[in-house]
Write a protein of this length. Structure first.
Ligand code: GRF
Length: 220
């Protein structure tokens, strides 16, 4: 099987990177990580890559005068590594439109909410403020506007009484670690494609009951 060559962009902890690294170990997984790039030096995600013997480097955005210069340097290393699919995994920097156009429909991002709800930062705190009962996470193709783009896969996660942004964030993160490898597999295997601005293909839920919050037996 020819595996798609994947680049992963990080800015910090890299737990989603860790989930992708684990998934890529399976012989029948259709992707392999050929490069990890962090825009922040010495982050935990770089150590994870190093421990897994995945090539990793830092391109510190502070070393560049403009966003264009930074994205050009990033594009160069991705190109040199022969990257075919790009995964943002906690990459905390907006890309230029040129960069996004170049990677169109080959560039994934994970966001900790059920998009298009709660784009941007602090989604869990905002979910709690709004009294939302079900939240989750989304993997989508990247478009120039932050946290927009065709949705590849989503996971729903309950908001529980007494949740704090941290407890909810941890529950969503567990789902992220299952969702991202699943979504990358769908893309790398060619099971899904973008039509218009929607992802079509094998995205339907099979054999899974809808999930109600509060539970139906609590309804009057
Ligand atoms: C995740 O919650 C991801 O959805 C968001 O940033 C966080 C990154 O966490 N985009 P990690 O670096 O993968 O641990």
């Amino acid at each position: 099987m020819t595996k798609k060559r994947v680049g992963v962009l990080i800015s910090g902890r890299g737990s989603n990177l860790g989930a992708l690294i684990e998934a890529c170990k399976a012989p029948d997984y259709p992707a392999k990580i050929v490069l990890v790039v962090s825009n922040v030096p010495s982050v935990q995600g770089l150590l994870r890559a190093e421990a897994a013997l995945v090539p990793a480097l830092t391109i510190n955005h502070k070393d560049f005068a403009t966003r264009d210069d930074f994205d050009a340097a990033l594009g160069k290393v991705l190109n040199e590594a022969g990257v075919e699919l790009l995964c943002n995994a906690g990459f905390m920097r907006l890309h230029t439109e040129n960069f996004v156009d170049h990677w169109r429909d080959r560039h994934l991002n994970i966001h900790p909410s059920l998009l298009p709800a709660f784009r941007g930062l602090h989604s869990h705190a905002r979910v709690l403020d709004e009294g939302v009962k079900i939240t989750g996470c989304t993997v989508h193709f990247v478009r120039p506007e932050m946290d927009t783009g065709p949705i590849i896969a989503q996971a729903a996660v309950p908001v529980l009484p007494g949740d704090t942004p941290e407890s909810l964030g941890n529950r969503v993160l567990e789902a992220e670690h299952r969702l991202y490898p699943h979504a990358l597999k769908l893309v790398a295997s060619g099971a899904v494609r973008v039509e218009g601005e929607n992802v079509v293909g094998m995205t339907q839920i099979r054999d899974q009951a809808p999930f109600f919050s509060p539970p139906l037996d609590e309804a009057l």
